[in-house]
Write a protein that binds this ligand. Sequence first.
Ligand code: FAD
Length: 315
Amino acid sequence: MSRAIVFSEVPQLVAELVTTAARVADEVHVVALGQPSAASLDGVASVALLTADAARPESFVAAIAARVAAIDADVVLVGATVTGWEVAARVATVLGVGLVSEATALRRVPGAGWQAERVVYAGGAVQTESWSGLAVVTVTAGFAPAARDVGGAAPVQVVPVEVDARVRVVSRSVRPHEGVDLAHATRVVCVGMGLGSVDDLAIARGLAEALDAEVACTRPVAEDREWLPTERYIGISGVSVRPDLYLGLGVSGQVQHTVGIREAAVVVGINTDPNAPLFGVCDYAVVGDLHEIAPMLTEAIRAVRSGGAVESAAS
Ligand SMILES: Cc1cc2nc3c(=O)[nH]c(=O)nc-3n(C[C@H](O)[C@H](O)[C@H](O)COP(=O)(O)OP(=O)(O)OC[C@H]3O[C@@H](n4cnc5c(N)ncnc54)[C@H](O)[C@@H]3O)c2cc1C
């Protein structure tokens, strides 16, 4: 009999973690902050709802660790969020066990323990980690909750958590954002430092409009130049996208960026440098100046979409 305990402060992640845990453990126990959906709790053995503030992980890790001990869990799965990372590290420390971070797959190896896969070297390799005994594992989002039909929901036990009054939350502010959903965009026009100036964003915007695409960028465009908001940059420290079409304008294609476009169906690059690394992952490579080629492409796409001839637009 193996037992998994899952924790997340995000109800959707609880559902994903329960699905993952149910694949590898005989018994699944849930610890949550917000009330998870009833469907996600189908078939779980127990649910503990902590009356705690997600912004104060130090106040509730002891409750999670106590739960792990009471259940005699074999593995602890934590949703990989900013709060989750802190919770996982603190719980592992309290329990004196190892921590496996950012698992993208989890397996139980009968008689030998556990195995997890995690992406390393900026997406350049997949590492397999093996261990036996109890460990805490942070699990990346994306394990879609599967429909499970395994009986009714477990009773929910509310666990009050005492907060250490020496630490107070003095203010909270919402980080402003545009609400752009790059991760689900079907087409992306991505600008890199080859753009040259903020005014030239108009070129990318024109092309994006013609293609019904979202405008994205590389990290230096957002963080160094601040030409676009940080929520629009793609890569290992930004957003991962999976569009039908990714079109890079003046993007060199360093691995920290291209790891975020691994799932793109078709990759097109426009770059003056024939040796740009982006061309190594491109389906279509255009060697040339984006300031000349992108407007021509925009006109050609507009012409095609309005039923005109491509030749007349490109000439
Ligand atoms: C820890 C770490 C994390 C990072 N995370 C990220 C991340 O998440 N996302 C990210 O994007 N980067 C990230 N980076 C930065 C990354 O390594 C690269 O520096 C960055 O992606 C390069 O951005 P770029 O392609 O816009 O600029 P550059 O590398 O400067 O490339 C500009 C390109 O434009 C071309 N060019 C110039 N003029 C023209 C023109 N007129 N027409 C066409 N092409 C032209 C050039 O030939 C060149 O290839 C990270 C770096 C580190 C160290």
